[in-house]
Design a protein around this ligand. Structure first.
Ligand code: FES
Length: 126
């Protein structure tokens, strides 16, 4: 598991960008805090693979009801990342599995994340 953020630091609908390892490479993701339901996705638009945001931690449209790509304006449903409008209509953001332990949010994945010494950190717990 890899620590993402302390959820008490995020208000409802706040987003937080984070770096993580998927076991093969470093990647960037973001989390959208929706109270009891928190979702996280890779910061990669399905249209071109470009990052979705131009400003730090800004991923939602002006109405704060959908995720919006800053490059060509595609919009995605927050709950499942499916594109509802734009050039990648019907495609979806790649979800990152997360685990909430008390108010701390962690990224989980199919492959182990390694610590600074190259050892696996799976199973060591928060
Ligand atoms: S790169 Fe996101 S809509 Fe084109």
């Amino acid at each position: 598991m890899q620590f993402i953020c302390d959820l008490t630091e995020l208000s409802n609908l706040d987003c937080r960008e984070f770096a993580f390892s998927d076991g093969e490479r470093q990647a960037v993701g973001f989390v959208v805090n929706r109270g009891e339901e928190t979702v996280a996705y890779r910061n990669e638009c399905p249209h071109t693979g470009a990052p979705l945001n131009w400003q730090e931690n800004q991923f939602l449209d002006l109405s704060r009801t959908e995720i919006q790509c800053a490059l060509h304006g595609a919009r995605f449903r927050i709950a499942d990342g499916i594109c509802l409008y734009g050039p990648c209509l019907g495609q979806s953001l790649k979800k990152i599995d997360t685990l909430k332990v008390k108010n701390r949010l962690y990224a989980a994945g199919p492959k182990p994340v390694t610590d600074q010494d190259g050892g696996s950190v799976w199973g060591k717990g928060p």
